[in-house]
Design a protein around this ligand. Structure first.
Ligand code: AHR
Length: 335
């Protein structure tokens, strides 16, 4: 009696072990559910460093839904490229249908993209870019024209300050930089540095590292203001660093915006920044459009239909000052 009970128990354990083994195998090789037949997208997102990034994540989640036939497997890299590379390797093992990467920085992608290519998995680069020799390793690069954003900002500054400064008494610029090596940082910085070279009446007094976060923007600006308050312009490479810098200026009693000591140029144009702009606290908002979801979906549809797609696709963007903003426009902004 006891022996037959033990036998049943050991049979049951063996059965359960096989079930567990089978389910873990299918999980590590394929997340696809054949019943639902979803198109599985592995998405490696940079992180959640800014309001822009949160809006970008939301746009992807709202676009690639189960109801529309997608399964979006998103991994947050917490701004570390090594986390992104590990995530892409997991996607390859899981044999997803397509991989989307919003790369933290431009360098270091050749190997993992070659692995995806060899596995036959198409890759879309979104938001920023990668600097690789073999462009066949990805389908397309969808995102912002970051150099154009920077050029628009400096063109505005040139117009605003024309004839007011000289080589002896130059325009003092404080430059807040985003994550080093990210396309958004490299090209916004390039635009400012090229313009600065061409202007003997401009002077970049400092370039501070804000990593696209509000906390860092506040920290480095506060520290800087302890020893130097002679600033005419803050050129801040994203809204969150700008919000941090504004807090630091408030604490130091330095005025900014319309009629203030410091002009503020910011990139992203999120709802909060636009409101500050309309209220006269920020002078220029250069838009960086985070709503990539629908555009990426359109390209994926083309790819699946066997249609050609462009290697670089820029998203529509604009530039805002107090003059071309309305409260109604800001109220309708979703991010
Ligand atoms: O790559 C886009 C940039 O990254 C946005 O300007 C910034 O807010 C984000 O973190």
């Amino acid at each position: 009696m006891r022996r037959s009970f033990e036998k049943k128990v050991s049979l049951l354990s063996a059965f359960l072990a096989v079930i567990v083994l089978l389910s873990s195998c299918s999980k590590s090789t394929s997340p696809k559910d054949p019943e639902k037949d979803l198109f599985v997208i592995g998405f490696s997102q940079v992180g959640s460093e800014s309001d822009w990034r949160l809006a970008n994540t939301r746009s992807m989640e709202e676009t690639f839904t189960n109801a529309k036939g997608y399964e979006l497997v998103m991994e947050n890299a917490r701004q570390q490229q090594e986390n992104q590379i590990a995530a892409v390797r997991r996607f390859i093992l899981e044999n997803v249908d397509l991989i989307i990467i919003a790369p933290t920085t431009e360098e270091g992608w050749e190997n993992v993209l070659t692995e995806a290519h060899e596995a036959g998995i198409p890759v879309i680069i979104m938001d920023r870019s990668v600097n690789i020799w073999n462009k066949d390793l990805y389908l397309t690069n969808v995102g912002s024209d970051f150099l154009n954003q920077g050029n628009q900002a400096v063109a505005w500054l040139e117009k605003e300050t024309e004839g007011q400064f000289s080589a002896e008494d130059p325009l003092h610029i404080l430059h807040l930089q985003g994550t080093y090596g990210a396309t958004a940082q490299l090209l916004r910085t390039k635009a400012l540095e090229v313009a600065d070279e061409a202007h003997d009446d401009w002077q970049i007094d400092a370039q501070l590292y804000g990593d696209f976060t509000e906390a860092k923007g506040y920290e480095v600006t506060s520290e800087y203001l302890n020893s130097n308050q002679d600033i005419d312009v803050i050129y801040s490479e994203n809204d969150n660093m700008t919000f941090g810098a504004m807090r630091a200026l408030d604490e130091a009693g330095i005025t900014y915006g319309e009629g203030g000591q410091v002009k503020i140029i910011t990139f992203d144009a999120t709802k909060k920044a636009l409101q500050y702009c309309l209220d006269g606290k920020i002078d220029l908002c250069v838009e960086c459009n985070p709503l990539h979801g629908p555009l990426v979906e359109e390209l994926i549809k083309k790819y699946r239909a066997g249609e050609p797609i462009d290697k670089i696709v820029y998203i529509e963007e604009a530039v805002y000052t107090r003059q071309n903003l309305t409260q109604k426009f800001i109220d309708l902004r979703t991010y």
